[in-house]
Design a protein around this ligand. Structure first.
Ligand code: C2E
Ligand code: CA
Ligand code: CA
Length: 561
């Protein structure tokens, strides 16, 4: 709670005087009335009620220790136990020396003896207590996170460094704890549920790590940092936190990244960067909750950075090439080449060929993908036009779209421009949209996809079987083909040779009146089985790997006769 902004509501600070004797209230009222806005309570209960109502504006409480109903001492204990009230300074009014000490121990800021000293002394003590409390408030507002009471990151790093200074020989671990999909919790259940979860996590961390050998921090909304003496095992922590949130409307799953035995020559922030890299490695892995940093991760991270840095130059120098992987229609006696998928490759001057699996996710994260894809779509459209013109063959080629691109209101215009610039029609280029893109924010995606279809573009749902779309949902989706995810096919053939799931998907596709495309088909057995099951189109190493344009052109010429 930030009280500092509310303290001067009407030009004067507010003070509460709680004393059961009228005469005392009047004396204090007279002494303080010019400078402060003075509220009066006649007993402890009334005082408590006034504090409750005015806790955001009260600058100080003057508290008589002997009062009916609730004594001053009891009230003091109660106030110091409550988060919202404990920062309001309390000066006790007492004639009994033993109580002075007791009340100071209980958290009183100061005391004023009875009978009262000179008015100047009273005013000085009051203003000093207020000043001290306000200073402390300013410090703690930045030192501690308001919601959880853990350190904020600047202080956390500072105290971490201090810890190192005092314990130069301790082996230390840096931990980064992230909640999976926390934004969804806030969106679905509201901020207050989100806040409650964060507070519980902070509570669990405080229990699990002792102040004597650890420092805790809430870094951003749902990221916590822990700097602590080395432990071998952190697997219990995520579980403890998960079970502390058992009564929440959603399960809370944490990923814990650990950088063990920190290199203390490394800047303390860099140690936590490493913990974060470890945590991010298991971002989408629900089976694992703890991940340890190692050097290969660092290399990966540096490699990733290099790729992102070099992207603009690579694009300008045309280091990205489009490969084509043919798709065969297997419904007839002989497989017939009917289309292809355009797949990007990066020919790096020193690193050689880099697979899209390496850089596409990075570019998606960094927002570079749209530039790359538009480039790939253009090149692809150019090839389609060229083959049409020179070879007289019309082979539609599909291109891949990333999820973010579906939010671009200009997407349809972009494709119309690309096709018309190349001199081809929307029917010549197919669009592959991954199933997982449909799942989140389905309405928005469906709207855009419908728009694309209305303009004549043909949509293939990619990676089908890897996402989470329900039957219900698929039946309403605007799609022209279902492309089975490769892993789906792989597991059907590998493990138990159970192809029932594939049959079911083919039935769904039949119901939707769209063909099924199977990708990643590598063996004759897979091909023959898929054919028997009624799969329409096949793509995979069994027929061909993705090949450069000139090689694909040869296949086209071969297929033409
Ligand atoms: P995807 O769209 O699922 O593409 C299919 C991937 O499976 C391709 O990997 C392809 O080379 C590979 N593949 C095809 N047949 C077989 C097979 O029989 N066995 C095996 N093991 N693999 C096979 P690639 O080219 O590495 O692309 C990986 C992913 O990168 C693609 O997955 C796609 O999601 C993305 N991608 C590729 N090119 C582009 C692009 O131009 N734009 C965007 N946004 N994404 C792209
Ligand atoms: Ca694809
Ligand atoms: Ca795919």
């Amino acid at each position: 709670m930030d009280r500092s902004t509310d303290l001067y509501v009407d030009g004067k600070r507010h003070i509460l005087v709680a004393d059961d004797e009228l005469i005392n209230r009047e004396i204090l009222g007279n002494i303080l009335g010019d400078e402060y806005n003075v509220l009066m309570a006649e007993d402890g209960e009334e005082a408590y009620e006034l504090i409750r109502q005015n806790c955001n504006t009260l600058s100080l409480i003057l508290l008589d220790l002997k009062m009916p109903r609730l004594t001053g001492m009891e009230l003091l204990s109660r106030l110091k136990d409550e988060k919202d009230y404990k920062s309001i300074p309390v000066i006790v009014l007492t004639s009994d020396q033993a109580s002075e000490v007791e009340s100071l121990n209980k958290g009183a800021a100061d005391f004023i003896p009875k009978p009262y000293p000179q008015p100047d002394v009273i005013r000085a003590r009051i203003s000093r207590s207020i000043e001290l409390a306000e200073d402390r408030q300013i410090i703690s507002a930045t030192e501690r996170d308001e919601l959880t009471g853990l350190y904020t990151s600047d202080y956390f790093y500072r105290y971490g460094e201090q810890f190192d200074k005092f314990h130069p020989d301790s082996d230390m671990d840096a931990l980064c704890l992230d909640i999976n999909h926390f934004h969804v919790v806030n969106e679905r259940f509201g901020m207050s549920k989100g806040d409650e979860i964060l507070k519980r996590i902070a509570g669990c961390l405080e229990k699990a790590f002792h102040a004597s050998d650890s420092v805790l921090c809430r870094k951003t909304a749902d990221t916590f940092l822990v700097y602590c003496s080395h432990r071998d095992d952190y697997s219990g922590i995520a579980d403890v936190i998960a079970s502390s949130c058992d009564d929440m409307p959603t399960s809370v799953k944490l990923r814990v990244g650990v950088y063990s035995f920190c290199d203390k020559k490394l800047d303390i922030r860099a140690r936590f960067d490493r913990a974060k890299i470890a945590a991010d490695k298991i971002r989408n892995n629900y089976a694992v909750s703890v991940s340890f940093f190692d050097e290969t991760l660092m290399e990966n991270e540096l490699f990733a950075e290099q790729l992102v840095d070099e992207f603009p130059k690579a694009l300008a120098e045309r280091q990205f090439k489009v490969f084509f992987q043919p798709k065969f229609d297997i419904r007839g006696d002989k497989p017939v080449l009917t289309s292809a998928e355009a797949l990007v490759r990066w020919f790096h001057p020193t690193l050689g060929m880099i697979s899209p699996a390496r850089f596409i996710p990075l570019f998606e994260e960094d927002g570079l993908i749209a530039q790359l894809d538009e480039y790939i779509w253009r090149i692809t459209a150019g090839h389609i036009a060229d083959w049409k013109k020179r070879l007289g063959v019309s082979v539609p080629v599909s291109v891949n779209l990333s999820r973010a691109e579906l939010y671009d209101p200009a997407l349809v215009d972009t494709f119309e421009r690309i096709t018309s610039d190349a001199g081809i029609t929307p029917r010549d280029i197919y669009l592959e949209i991954t199933e997982s893109a449909y799942v989140r924010d389905a309405d928005q995606i469906v709207k855009r996809v419908t728009e694309l279809r209305d303009h004549g573009f043909f949509i293939e749902m990619d990676d089908f079987g890897s996402g989470y779309s329900s039957l219900n949902m698929i039946s309403e989706l605007p799609i022209d083909a279902l492309k089975l995810d490769m892993m789906f096919i792989r597991s059907a053939f590998d493990r138990i040779n159970d192809t029932r799931m594939i049959s079911i998907v083919i039935d769904i596709a039949d119901y939707l009146k769209v063909p099924v495309i199977a990708e990643g088909v590598e063996t004759e057995e897979q091909y023959l089985t898929l054919k028997k099951l009624g799969c329409a189109i096949i793509q995979g190493y069994y027929f061909s790997k993705p090949v450069p344009a000139d090689e694909f052109e040869k296949m086209l010429q071969g297929a033409d006769n």
